[in-house]
Design a protein around this ligand. Structure first.
Ligand code: ADP
Ligand code: MG
Length: 710
């Protein structure tokens, strides 16, 4: 019988209980201890240099090369004091993950003495071989060099492992010819574009100069399963999702997991995760059980956008590593288990100017006018470029989630909530000049009705929801980097803000309020089709959206096509975020990645079906036939009918399995569409056979084990 599965279950049962921590004072004194932040800069650098560097970081100015040597020295001393022997430039290539190539600080002098060295040049620039990173044809193989350059707006930090530590320096990554090969560079460019446009709009409203900060709070969903189960699932190991597995009778329908009391083993894991994140200066705040069994969420306090994205990349890494230490595996795939909820990453985005969040409705007519202007700009931006937003969420994993009746649909629309939708309606219908009607709202004159925070109802089905003082984009997948999502969001909003500013700049002070009112009325009228406050899961909405002309880009191949549309390329070129070539290269990279992933899934599905499932079903068939023959030889009639039915079922199953394996093999010679269909077909028969074969012999850990025994 299949001892591995039994042993895995027993190992979970035999785990030592965690115990209960005695009451003792809690301390957060170690927060950001492994971050080279302002405090460590002041401690390790001459005063003037430290202040220069801090100004660079907070002001987004370029690093003064004359201080690079001093900064490198200080960083090294600080890192050595914390046990780091190595350093690496840490960057975000188009794989969607992070990359690092370590160098020791070690150097050997002429006399053969070991020293620890780190120069300004080492800090500012690296030259990793770029030939094995995806580039979408941007980089010729004969010019394999890539460059990494320090992004001082994201502080260096230390990554620890069992017996050592490494200094990590967040960097951008580009090719020898200067084309972008990473996700951070376009993001930083888009942040700059947004800053410029926000400042321009604020000067229309006669606001004093202030700092613009785009902010992000990414909520991260994930699954945890016991590592012993994981290692027996070649599909999970190779693709991050289960390609087979019959849904158990009980999964999430009792709704007893969401926000349920968290099991001690999971809490122990979460506590270790948080300690590591806090040491890295990552403000992990919220933890809870999610909807599906074995599904959880972690959310930080929102931060500056660029930093928040670096931090989210680290959160994913820490989740994986700490899980491993706890004998668990953290699955970040968008749909690791069929039939239960998948995992997303809710992208909570806002922009603040000075101390004021521009998406906060505000306390007086002037603030409200700014709020409504920014809101209208976002409505316009999302309507004009919903296909681009959708493209940033494309991927083989997320295809199983978007539109699959659980996550938001593949159709992008905006949810405003009842009260705000009403305000928008009033603007749309309101009289423009000198209205005497008491109910007509005039921007900049009347106050918005105050919108109490808890009154913004929570439409969980909307892909892009206004949630009180921020927009929550719910389509991004759990494994995806938030970089591209926000690159697009920043750029399209910047363009819309400029559209409004250009028109507001032409107004005289006396005409400003009426002009603004007319402008917002026109914008809302033109772009109201993107607003939808109803149930996004309903079939009616799919039809209605089609009538409104909103795109429904169902899968990756459709969703990435907008990257090639000239009008989309145009906006990125105008805002200096992507060149046309860079954008086209991204299309190539994502298309190739998608095709490769599907092919890998097909390959491992075929292998599992033939080498794991087929032999077990054959053995079951043989046993039933043996029993049937034995009964006949003994002249016993009871049970014979049951055995005969069983044998027929298994025999037919074997025929089908064989046939569908052949179909999958054939499909693997062709395109992705065929592979997907063949994989679904083979899964159907394997999942049926799962119930026909002796439980003790089934080779793959079952859903009821992976999702419930931990
Ligand atoms: P939910 O109920 O959807 O979980 P929360 O209020 O807990 O919503 O917030 C979810 C995330 O949104 C958190 O990471 C939070 O820090 C972030 N958030 C709150 N305000 C802002 C903001 N102004 N900009 C960006 N993110 C924000
Ligand atoms: Mg949320």
């Amino acid at each position: 019988s299949n001892l591995n599965r039994v042993n895995a279950v027993n190992a979970v049962a035999d785990r030592l209980p965690c115990g209960v921590m005695p009451a003792q004072a809690a301390s957060i004194s170690y927060y950001a201890e492994d971050v080279f932040n302002a405090e460590s800069m002041r401690e390790y650098l001459p005063k003037a240099t430290a202040e220069k560097l801090i100004a660079t970081i907070s002001g987004g100015a370029a690093l003064d090369p004359s201080i690079a040597g001093d900064v490198a020295h200080a960083m090294k001393e600080w890192a050595l004091a914390r046990g780091a022997t190595h350093y690496t430039h840490w960057f975000q290539p188009l794989t969607g993950g992070t990359a690092e190539k370590h160098d020791a600080f070690l150097d050997v002098s002429d006399k053969g003495e070991a020293i620890m060295a780190f120069s300004g040049k080492n800090l500012i620039m690296g030259e990793p071989d770029a030939s094995s990173f995806p580039s979408g044809g941007l980089r010729c193989t004969f010019e394999a060099r890539g460059y990494t350059a320090w992004d001082p707006t994201s502080p260096a930090f230390i990554k620890r492992h069992g017996n050592g530590a490494t200094l990590c320096i967040p960097t951008v990554f580009c090719s020898y010819t200067g084309e972008v090969l990473d996700k951070k560079t376009p993001l930083l460019r888009s942040v700059q574009a947004l800053n410029r446009s926000v400042r321009r709009l604020m000067s229309c409203f006669k606001q004093p100069e202030a700092r613009t900060v785009a902010t992000l709070g990414p909520e991260q969903e994930y699954f945890l399963i016991d590592k012993k189960f994981y290692l027996q699932r070649p599909d999970l190991v190779q693709t991050g999702r289960t390609l087979f597995g019959a849904p158990p009778p009980k999964h999430q329908q009792l709704e007893d997991h969401y926000f349920g009391s968290i099991k001690p083993r999971i809490l122990a894991f979460m506590t270790d995760v948080e300690k590591e994140l806090w040491t890295l200066g990552i403000p992990a705040k919220t933890r809870h059980n999610e909807v599906a069994p074995a599904q959880f969420e972690i959310a930080p306090i929102f931060e500056d956008l660029n930093l928040a994205i670096d931090h989210n990349m680290l959160v994913m890494e820490v989740l994986r590593q700490v899980a491993d230490r706890h004998g668990l595996v953290c699955l970040m795939h968008e749909k690791p288990f069929a039939g239960v909820n998948g995992s997303g990453k809710h992208n909570n985005w806002s922009v603040s100017y000075g101390n004021h969040n521009l998406l906060d409705p505000g306390k007086n007519p002037h603030e409200n006018a700014i709020f409504l202007t920014v809101l209208s700009a976002i409505i316009r931006a999302v309507d004009l470029h919903c296909d681009l937003l959708r493209s940033t969420t494309a991927g083989a994993g997320n295809d199983h989630r978007l539109g699959a009746n659980e996550a938001p649909p593949a159709i992008i629309s905006i949810f405003l909530g009842e009260q705000l939708a009403d305000v928008i309606n009033q603007i749309k219908n309101g009289a423009i000049t000198g209205s005497k009607r008491p109910d007509a709202m005039r921007i900049g004159v009347d106050s918005l009705p105050t919108l109490p925070r808890d009154a913004t109802d929570r439409n969980r089905t909307s892909p892009f929801a206004f949630t009180g003082n921020k927009f929550e984009f719910r389509a991004p997948g759990s494994s995806q980097s938030c970089a591209e999502v926000n690159t697009v969001l920043n750029t399209i909003v910047a363009e819309s803000l400029d559209y409004l500013s250009e028109r507001l700049e032409k107004l005289s002070t006396a005409d400003f309020n009426t002009g603004l009112q007319a402008l917002l009325k026109a914008v809302i009228k033109e772009h109201q089709r993107i607003i939808f406050n109803g149930d996004n899961y309903s079939a009616d909405w799919v039809k209605e959206a089609e009538k409104r002309g909103l795109p429904n880009l169902r899968d990756t191949m459709e969703a990435i096509k907008p990257l090639l549309k000239p009008e989309n390329q145009d906006i990125f070129v105008r805002y200096g975020v992507f060149s046309k070539i860079e954008l086209a290269s991204r299309y190539e990279v994502y298309m190739e990645e998608y095709h490769r992933r599907i092919r890998i899934e097909g390959g491992i599905a075929a292998e599992i079906a033939r080498s794991l499932i087929f032999p077990v079903v054959t053995e079951e068939y043989r046993r039933v036939l043996t029993a049937l023959n034995a009964a006949k030889v003994a002249g016993i009639s009871h049970g014979v009918e049951g055995l005969r039915i069983s044998a027929e079922l298994l025999g037919k199953g074997l025929d089908e399995l064989q046939r569908r394996c052949d179909e999958l093999d054939e499909a693997l010679k062709g395109m992705h569409e065929g592979i997907i269909v063949a994989m679904e077909s083979i899964r159907e028969i394997v999942d049926t056979l799962e119930h026909a074969v002796d439980d003790a012999r089934w080779p793959l850990p079952k859903y009821r084990e992976m999702l419930f025994i931990y």
